[in-house]
Design a protein around this ligand. Sequence first.
Ligand code: NAP
Length: 264
Amino acid sequence: MSINVIIAGPRGKMGSEAIKMVMKDDNLNLVACIDRKNNGKAVDDIVDISNVNVPVFDNASDCFHSIDADVFVDLTVPEVGYKHALAALEHNLRPVIGTTGFTDEQLDELRAIAMEKKIGCIIAPNFAIGAVLMMKFSQMAARYFPDVEIIEKHHDNKLDAPSGTAKKTAELIKETRDYKIQGHPDEKETIQGARGAELDGMHIHSVRLPGLVAHQEVIFGGSGQNLTIKHDSFNRASFMEGIKFSIETVMESDQLIYGLENIL
Ligand code: NAP
């Protein structure tokens, strides 16, 4: 079966890597891209990949209306990705969303629409298989080590903080960890934010530096011991296997799935 795919964000680091992945795969077929700056051009006019002679639209609704597709992949920015996901569901197109930074309310709204229309939708804050394992292992460890801090590190063009992966890790840990406010009960920040963000008593620290891609350490503290679970994505190719698997899986789904760990 050949799956027709539309990609939004083709000039971005993730989007251009996703185009290469789709072009290489015999079962996937790129049929259009959405790019706010290049309406009417062909994809190979705007990215440095040859033989991608498919149309570019600057408007999602026009694209979804004109092009016959099965799956829509979004790799843009949160507010745009959310609107694209709504438009895709409206056109009965299955969204696979890699864009991070959606709010809980936006996720709930998309979940309700997907359920009502019985259309598959996969939203994953991290498509790297190793990152999913890092989250799973952290969830296991939290049962025994309730004192945990998350340090996530990304390139300095990232818009949302903490990362979707850090939030998702904290949510998974919350399911197994007994609630606990960490640190000294009288601790005081002498510079605001020194202890990072707080979720359910855990702390999350976001580092943004040039040269980084996507990295996370989950550090557990116990009596006389520390356990560190760490994952590094050194390039965007690390996310492509997860995107390919999600494109295939969303074809068989009739609801919203949040997180790659739920389909592995
Ligand atoms: P990037 O290189 O900055 O690319 C972003 C793309 O979005 C560009 O094509 C950009 O086009 C477009 N864009 C930005 N603002 C827009 C707007 N207002 N309207 C329409 N398009 C707009 O970023 P990236 O590293 O590829 O990351 C893209 C997204 O994927 C981010 O949300 C990032 O957090 C996420 N991400 C997810 C994973 C995962 O595994 N789920 C992994 C890495 C990254 P312009 O040039 O026109 O601005």
